[in-house]
Ligand binder design. Structure first.
Ligand SMILES: C[S@@+](CC[C@H](N)C(=O)[O-])C[C@H]1O[C@@H](n2cnc3c(N)ncnc32)[C@H](O)[C@@H]1O
Length: 300
């Protein structure tokens, strides 16, 4: 069976999914019929000492590049193939993708759910919203729960998307990247992008913002949420006497431990300048700890 079976437009194995320009919506794969190829962590024999040795080496040893499955249906930029978050083969394995989705929320101590609900509030009254870098689809689900009629979730990892599609059948999930959004111009009322830009090199972020601007209708809403730079600030001993101080210590340790190659370059960017140069207006900035959120609008 082909690794990717697409309902609306047939897509062949190993071919980039790029809808023809006259198609305003991306094709949605039939995730329940899809068989995703094993990658090396899936093939590890964890009943053997050798299997565990390889796994531990991946977790704590020298960092390797992700080995994408040969039938990945997208051409992806090289930066995506890093073992983000110290995960063996990053987001590209059947074995670790479910654990990553739950582990991300657990490691954020409940803050992500609150951040997603805050993101979703900005889409009140919207009918068509895309969640970029959706991973397990939890932000997309929060937006759908606000009553948005049509919600899509997009991510480069089919392993994450397969879980998202089985957890949230009311949402349409498809593979794709922020730099090349497979919608025609001015198709969407809203776009969310939650904890994705800090995983991208700056020039790709600028490209992604141009794409968001292109596919949003005039007056459309873009909501961006990313880690707070306060995670990396030095902490005074006095602050540790307060409860918030311990939580900051935890997030600081987390930020230092988890491999995020582009986090510092994201924090160095002047956000007001970035969003303005991409053509967005009306910036609402909601700084928080551990999540910063911006709500922007495409000009009318
Ligand atoms: C930290 S996770 C996002 C979590 C998710 N938004 C949520 O709310 O649970 C980052 C995601 O961004 C995706 N990603 C990385 N580069 C991307 C890009 N260029 N375009 C779209 N998604 C990307 C990764 O595959 C990963 O699933």
């Amino acid at each position: 069976m082909d690794a990717f079976v697409v309902q609306k437009n047939k897509v062949q194995k190993n071919k980039t999914i790029a809808p023809p320009p006259d198609i305003p919506e991306p094709p949605i794969p039939d995730w329940s019929a899809m068989q995703l190829a094993d990658t090396w962590p899936d093939a590890l024999d964890l009943k053997s000492f050798r299997g565990w040795k390889e796994l531990l080496r991946a977790l704590f040893g020298k960092r390797k590049t992700v080995q994408p499955p040969i039938n990945l249906p997208l051409q992806l930029p090289k930066y995506i193939f890093q073992e983000f978050h110290n995960l063996p083969n990053g987001n590209y394995s059947r074995r670790f993708s479910r654990g990553y989705i739950t582990g991300f929320d657990l490691s954020m101590l409940g803050h992500m759910q609150r951040a997603r609900e805050n993101i979703a509030r900005h889409f009140n009254g919207c009918q068509r919203v895309l969640d970029i870098g959706t991973a397990g689809g939890r932000t997309a689900a929060a937006i759908k729960a606000r009553g948005v009629e049509r919600v899509w979730g997009m991510d480069p990892s089919p392993y994450l998307l397969a879980h998202a599609a089985s957890d949230y059948p009311e949402i349409d999930f498809f593979p794709g990247i922020a730099e090349k959004i497979p919608f025609a111009d001015a198709q969407l009322d809203g776009i969310s992008i939650c904890f994705v830009f800090h995983e991208m090199p700056p020039r790709y972020i600028r490209r992604a913002l141009q794409e968001c601007r292109r596919v949003l209708k005039p007056g459309g809403v873009l909501v961006v949420a990313e880690p707070s730079p306060r995670q990396l600030e030095p902490l005074r001993w006095r602050e540790l006497l307060q409860r918030a101080g311990w939580s900051r210590l935890y997030f600081k340790a987390l930020a230092h431990h988890v491999y995020e190659p582009f986090l510092k370059s994201w924090h160095r960017i002047d956000k007001a300048d970035l969003f303005e140069k991409a053509g967005f207006e009306k910036m609402i900035s909601q700084p928080g700890m551990p999540v910063n959120t911006w709500a922007l609008q495409a000009p009318h």
